[in-house]
Write a protein of this length. Structure first.
Length: 175
């Protein structure tokens, strides 16, 4: 039940959450709602490019001792930029994946990321967040290997979860 006295003026949602979409699409919803979708334009893509360049420069200096945009190669940088496709959340997740101090091997992590993500760039056509979901599923899949020899808290998610028919997510269990 929604209170008619609720002084809510704005709701900002990053993903199209089904329960919110349902609530806002109801005929009896007591307020006028408008949907404003933020588009990924050339300015957004340029901001993501700068973010990735700075991120790679920082990772390169920290782990590889390289300075001034020498890592990764221009070709690899463009591939990562294409995968990110203007999505800050995806660019940030990729930088965290590559620069993870637990692995301390950004060159290998970048190769792994590109090998895994490049074939998936078609997913973003229908749903721009599908590529981000695919990266998260890859990260979760890696947890099994990381916790196999430890007493880590078990991690799992429903067997029916999937990004697409092509990229089925397998259940994870560290128990």
């Amino acid at each position: 039940m929604i209170s008619k006295d609720l002084p809510l003026l704005w709701v900002v949602v990053g993903r199209p959450e089904p329960h919110l979409m349902h609530m806002f699409s109801r005929v009896d919803f007591p307020v006028i709602c408008e949907k404003h979708q933020l588009l990924i334009d050339s300015d957004t893509r340029e901001d993501v490019r700068l973010y990735l360049r700075d991120g790679f420069d920082e990772i390169g200096a920290k782990f590889l001792g390289v300075q001034g945009g020498l890592w990764p190669s221009a070709e690899d940088f463009e591939k990562v930029l294409k995968i990110a496709d203007g999505l800050f959340a995806l660019a940030s997740a990729m930088m965290n994946y590559v620069g993870d101090v637990t692995y301390a091997n950004p060159a290998k992590r970048l190769r792994d990321l590109m090998a895994f993500m490049e074939p998936a760039d078609h997913l973003a056509i229908d749903n721009p967040l599908a590529t981000l979901d695919l990266l998260y599923s890859r990260i979760l899949a890696g947890i099994h290997h990381a916790c196999a020899d430890s007493e880590a808290t078990p991690v799992s998610y429903p067997e029916s979860s999937y990004v697409s028919d092509r990229f089925k997510i397998s259940p994870i269990s560290c128990a």
